[in-house]
Design a binder for this molecule. Structure first.
Ligand code: B3K
Ligand code: ZN
Length: 889
C-alpha cells in the first residue's frame, strides 16, 4: 500500500492536447477507444534523450490494442501491470497520437466509481481517480485537454446519450443502435469527464446570461420523477443569477445538464456541463421531501453549479490542493444559501455542522491539515476538514479583507489562473496581491492540523477608561505534527454597554501602535482584531463603563474560544447582542456548561436539577415576538450529544444522553403551556411554500412538538398523532412521526407501519424511515437494525440506503456505543461485507471507530478489537485499511 506525498509532486513529462473518446456500450462489455494527441513538456535542447517513458494509469481494464501514430505497439514497447501501462520508448517528436482500445464491464462495477450502471442506466463518476477505470490515461488533474466523446448504444434501452459540452452530431446505426457526438470546447482534467446513457426524460428551461447568451437547462430523471424537479430547476436558475450578481461569473456554454441517479456514492458531481446528482439532492415535492431536503437541494445544486468557475475553469494542480476548489465552493454555497434565506440561521447551521463533524476529526487520529501532506486513497480525503474547515479559511480572507477586498482577490485569481491547474498558494497570492495585504502566517491554516484554542481575558480600567483584551492561542499536537506555530486569527469584536447597545469603537492600541477603528469619522461597532502571535493584547480607549465583550462575532475563525465571561455576561449577550450568531452562541455556551455540570452530577449519582434561570431563558425566547422563528428554534435546541462528549476528558455517551433527555423532559414539564401554544400558533393549512418565513414557522412548531412528546403523556400523543395524520407535507408529517417514535410501544410500532405502508413506493421516503429507526435510542435497537438489514427494501449496494441504516445507527449514543459491544460488533461485520461491494462507502462507515480512545476502557477494548479484526482481514481495500490502520496508530 503506497502512501503518496505532497512534497513528491512532479510536473508530468507529457501533456495531452486533445482526447477523442468512443464508447460502444453493450450489455456484456463496453469498448472504449481513445485517441489522444500527446506532447512532451520539454522540447529541443531541454528534453532528455531518449524521451522519458509515458506512464498511464489503468485499473480493471482489458487492454485490446495500443498504437502510436497509427502503428500497433509490440509487447516489448510497453509494460503492463495491475495499475499502470508504461510506454517504454515514446517517439522523440513534438507531438504524437496515442490510440488505445480497452474493454470494461460496467454491469459488474459495484464500486460506483468509473463507468457503472444505476437502475439500468450507464453513469460515470471520475473524481478523484475513476477515469483510470475507463481507459488508460494520465489520471491527474494537471493534465487538461479538449475532449470529444462519441457514445453508441441501443436506442430502445438508452434513448438518451449525454456527455460534456455541446451535442454536435447524432444519428441511427445498424442493429437498433444510435449514436451521439459531444464536443467540449473547454480544456478539462479527466476527473470532470462524464457520460450518461439511459432511459430518461427532462424538465427543460432556459437562462439568459447577463451578456445575453441563452443557455438551455435540462434536468434528467426517469419519466415518473420529472414533476419533482421544479425546485431543482428554480434553484439552478437562482444560482446562475447569483454567481453573476455576487462574483460577476457567467456560465460559459449553451447547455447545462443535470442528471439524477439513485445509486451514487456522494451528493453530486460537478462534471463540466453535465452534473450528476444523487436523486435525493434533486427530487422534491412537498409531500415527499422535507424542508431540510429542500434546503440541501438548494445548497448542492448551487455548489455544483459554482464549481464551473471554482474547480472547472480553475482546477487543482494535484489532489492535495482539493480544498482550493472544495473549501472555496463550500464557502460560495454557504453564501448563496444565506442570501436565499436567513444569514444568521445559515451561519448557525454551518458552525453547528463544523463542530459536529470537523472538530472531532481535528482532535482524533485522522486529523489532517486543510491541505493534507499525504494519503493512501484520495477518496478518504473528501473530509469535513478539507470542505468545511477549508470554507472557514476562505471566509477568514473575507473577514480580513472586507467584501470588496475579497472580490478584488477573486477577480485577480480568475484573471491569473483561468484555464490552469493551480495550488492553494496561488489563491492566497491573489488575495494578497489584489489588496497589498500583509498576511503573515496565514498560510499555516493550510498546513497545520488541529483546532486552535484561543483564551481571552479582559480588564477594565475605570480611571483610564480603557478596556483590555488579552488573547493567547494554542494549537494542540496532531498525528505527525507535534509542534505548531501561531497563526493569523481574525477575531471580530464588539463591546456592549449596560444599555445592551454596542459601544462606539474609535481606537485600539496594539503593540504600542494606535489603530483608528472608525471610518470616515463614523465609529465602528464591530472591529476585527488580528491575533498573529502566541500572545497579544489590545487596548480600547474611551470606554465609558465596563463593557460585556461580544467575541468572535459571526464566528470569525474556526477555533475554540475560551473566555472569562460569567453566566451573567452570557445571559446579557443572549438577551442583547446585536450579532445574532453570538446571541445564539451565548445560549449555547450556557447550555454546554450546564450540561457538563449535570453530566458530572449524573456520574456521581447525584440527583439532577435544572436551574430556574435556564428555564426562564427558554421561556423568554419562546415568547419573544421580535425574534426570527427559526432563530428561536435553533436557540432552544440543546447542544448535541456529540458536542458535549467532545468536551469531556472521557466521553460518556450514557451520561450525556441521560442528561440531555432529562433537560428536554424537564423543560417540557415546566413549559408545557408555552410549547402547546407554540404548536397551535404555528400550524398552517396553506399549501406548502419553501421560503424562510414558512420554514421558520414549521421548524419552531416541530421542535415544540418534539419537546412535548418527551412527556410521554397520552393527551400529547393524541395531539402528535393528529399532527401526523393531518399533515399536508413531509416536513410536518415526518416531524410528527419522529416525535412519536421516541419511546417503544404500540403507538410507535403502529405509526411506523403506517408510514411505511403509505410510502413504500418511494425509495427516498423509505430511506427516511430506515434512518429514523436506525438512529433511535430505544434500548437494544441493534437487533431492530439487524432485522431491517433483511428488509426487502434494503440493499447494501445502494449508498443512500447504507447511509440511512448503517450511517445513522452510528449516531445513537446509546446503541452504537452500547456497553456490551453489540453496536461495535455490528458495525465491524457490516464494514467487511460492504468493503467487498463498495470500498469508498465502507471506509466512510469505518470512520465511526476512529475516536475509540475517547471512551472508557471497556468501550476502548471493544472498539479496538473491531478495528484490529478489520485490519487483519485478508483482502480488505486500501480505503478501509487507511482509515482503520490510522485509527489504531
Ligand atoms: N467534487 C465532488 C466530490 C467527489 C468525491 C469523490 N470521492 C462533489 C463536490 O464536492 O462537489
Ligand atoms: Zn464540491
Amino acid at each position: 500500500r503506497k502512501e503518496i506525498f505532497l512534497k513528491d509532486y512532479k510536473q508530468p513529462d507529457y501533456y495531452f492536447d486533445t482526447v477523442d473518446l468512443t464508447f460502444s456500450l453493450g450489455e456484456e462489455q463496453t469498448v472504449v477507444s481513445s485517441n489522444i494527441t500527446v506532447y512532451p513538456r520539454l522540447e529541443g535542447a531541454a528534453a532528455s534523450s531518449p524521451p522519458p517513458p509515458l506512464v498511464l494509469d489503468g485499473v480493471n481494464l482489458k487492454l485490446v490494442s495500443i498504437k502510436i501514430d497509427g502503428k500497433e505497439l509490440q509487447k516489448e514497447d510497453y509494460h503492463l501491470d495491475a495499475r499502470h501501462l508504461t510506454l517504454l520508448s515514446p517517439p522523440d517528436t513534438a507531438r504524437f497520437t496515442l490510440q488505445i482500445v480497452t474493454e470494461i464491464y460496467p454491469q459488474k462495477n459495484t464500486s460506483l466509481d468509473g463507468l457503472y450502471k444505476s437502475s439500468g442506466n450507464f453513469v460515470t463518476q471520475c473524481e478523484a481517480e475513476g477515469f483510470r477505470k475507463i481507459t488508460y490515461y494520465q489520471d491527474r488533474p494537471d493534465i487538461m485537454a479538449k475532449y470529444t466523446c462519441r457514445v453508441e448504444g441501443d436506442k430502445t434501452l438508452y434513448p438518451v446519450l449525454l456527455s460534456n459540452g455541446n451535442l454536435v452530431e447524432q444519428g441511427d446505426l445498424e442493429g437498433g443502435k444510435h449514436y451521439a457526438v459531444w464536443e467540449d470546447p473547454h480544456k478539462k482534467p479527466c476527473y470532470l469527464f462524464a457520460l450518461v446513457a439511459g432511459n430518461l426524460q427532462s424538465r427543460d428551461d432556459s437562462f439568459v446570461t447577463r451578456s445575453g447568451r441563452k443557455v438551455a437547462l435540462r434536468i434528467w430523471t426517469p419519466a415518473k420523477d420529472v414533476p419533482k424537479t421544479v425546485h431543482a430547476m428554480y434553484t439552478l436558475k437562482a444560482a446562475m443569477k447569483w454567481d453573476e450578481d455576487v462574483f460577476g461569473l457567467e456560465y460559459d456554454l449553451d447547455l447545462f445538464n443535470i442528471v439524477a441517479v439513485p445509486d451514487f456514492n456522494m451528493g453530486a458531481m460537478e462534471n463540466k456541463s453535465l452534473n450528476i446528482f444523487n436523486s435525493v439532492l434533486v427530487l422534491a415535492s412537498p409531500e415527499t421531501a422535507s424542508d431540510a431536503n429542500y434546503a440541501a437541494i438548494l445548497r448542492v445544486i448551487g455548489h455544483e453549479y459554482f464549481h464551473n468557475w471554482t474547480g472547472n475553469r480553475v482546477t487543482c494542480r494535484d489532489w492535495f490542493q482539493l480544498s482550493l476548489k472544495e473549501g472555496l465552493t463550500v464557502f460560495r454555497d454557504q453564501e448563496f444559501s444565506s442570501d436565499m434565506g436567513s444569514r444568521a440561521v445559515q451561519r448557525i447551521q454551518d458552525v453547528l455542522t463544523l463542530r459536529e463533524l470537523q472538530f472531532p476529526q481535528d482532535a482524533g487520529p485522522i486529523a489532517h491539515p486543510v491541505r493534507p501532506h499525504s494519503y493512501i486513497k484520495m477518496d478518504n480525503f473528501y473530509t469535513p476538514t478539507v470542505y468545511r474547515k477549508g470554507a472557514e479559511v476562505v471566509r477568514m480572507y473575507k473577514t480580513l479583507l472586507g467584501s470588496q477586498g475579497f472580490r478584488r482577490g477573486m477577480d485577480l485569481y480568475f484573471k491569473r489562473h483561468d484555464g490552469q491547474a493551480v495550488t492553494c498558494e496561488d489563491f492566497y497570492a491573489a488575495m494578497r496581491d489584489a489588496n497589498n495585504a500583509d498576511f503573515a502566517n496565514f498560510l499555516l491554516w493550510y498546513s497545520q492540523a488541529g483546532t486552535p484554542t484561543v483564551k481571552v481575558t479582559s480588564f477594565y480600567n475605570s480611571e483610564a477608561k480603557t478596556y483590555s483584551l488579552k488573547f493567547s492561542q494554542e494549537l494542540p499536537p496532531t498525528p505527525g505534527q507535534a509542534l505548531k506555530e501561531p497563526m493569523l486569527i481574525p477575531v471580530a469584536v464588539g463591546l456592549l454597554g449596560s444599555n445592551g447597545k454596542d459601544m462606539p469603537l474609535t481606537s485600539v492600541y496594539h503593540d504600542g501602535m494606535l489603530q483608528v477603528v472608525s471610518t470616515d469619522g463614523k465609529p465602528a461597532y464591530t472591529t476585527v482584531l488580528q491575533i498573529k502571535k502566541k500572545e497579544e493584547e489590545f487596548l480600547f480607549s474611551d470606554i465609558s463603563e465596563r463593557p460585556v465583550p461580544s467575541l468572535l462575532r459571526g464566528y470569525s475563525a474556526p477555533i475554540r474560544l475560551d473566555s472569562d465571561l460569567t453566566d451573567a455576561d452570557l445571559c446579557f449577550l443572549l438577551a442583547h447582542d446585536s450579532d445574532e450568531f453570538n446571541r445564539w452562541e451565548a445560549g449555547q455556551v450556557l447550555a454546554r456548561n450546564m450540561m457538563l455540570s449535570l453530566v458530572a452530577d449524573f456520574q456521581q449519582n447525584k440527583p439532577l436539577a435544572l436551574k430556574a434561570d435556564f428555564v426562564h431563558g427558554v421561556r423568554s425566547l419562546l415568547s419573544d415576538g421580535s425574534l426570527d422563528k427559526e432563530f428561536i428554534a435553533k436557540a432552544i435546541d440543546l447542544p448535541g450529544v456529540g458536542e458535549i462528549m467532545d468536551m469531556m476528558d472521557i466521553a460518556d455517551p450514557d451520561a450525556v444522553h441521560a442528561v440531555r433527555s432529562f433537560i428536554r423532559k424537564h423543560l417540557a414539564t415546566e413549559l408545557k403551556a408555552e410549547f402547546l401554544k407554540t404548536v397551535e400558533n404555528n400550524r398552517s393549512s396553506e399549501p406548502y411554500v419553501f421560503d424562510h418565513s414558512n420554514m421558520s414557522r414549521r421548524s419552531l412548531k416541530n421542535i415544540a412538538l418534539s419537546y412535548l412528546t418527551s412527556l410521554e403523556d397520552a393527551q400529547i400523543t393524541e395531539l402528535a398523532l393528529n399532527e401526523y395524520k393531518t399533515a399536508t407535507n413531509m416536513t410536518d408529517q415526518f416531524a410528527a412521526l419522529t416525535a412519536l417514535v421516541q419511546y417503544p410501544g404500540k403507538t410507535r410500532d403502529d405509526v411506523l407501519a403506517d408510514f411505511y405502508g403509505k410510502w413504500k413506493h418511494d425509495f427516498l421516503v423509505v430511506n427516511k424511515w430506515f434512518g429514523l429507526q436506525a438512529v433511535s435510542d430505544i434500548p437494544g435497537n441493534v437487533e431492530n437494525v439487524r432485522k431491517l438489514l433483511k428488509h426487502p427494501a434494503f440493499d447494501l449496494r445502494n449508498p443512500n440506503k447504507v447511509r440511512s441504516l448503517i450511517g445513522r445507527f452510528r449516531e445513537s449514543p446509546v446503541n452504537f456505543h452500547a456497553k456490551d459491544g453489540s453496536g461495535y460488533k455490528f458495525l465491524g461485520e457490516i464494514v467487511l461485507q460492504l468493503d467487498k461491494i463498495n470500498p469508498k462507502g465502507a471506509a466512510r462507515m469505518v470512520s465511526a471507530f476512529s475516536r475509540w480512545r475517547r471512551y472508557d476502557e471497556t468501550r476502548q477494548t471493544l472498539a479496538k478489537a473491531q478495528l484490529e479484526m478489520i485490519v487483519s482481514t485478508n483482502g480488505i481495500s486500501e480505503n478501509v485499511f487507511e482509515i482503520a490502520s490510522k485509527s489504531l496508530a
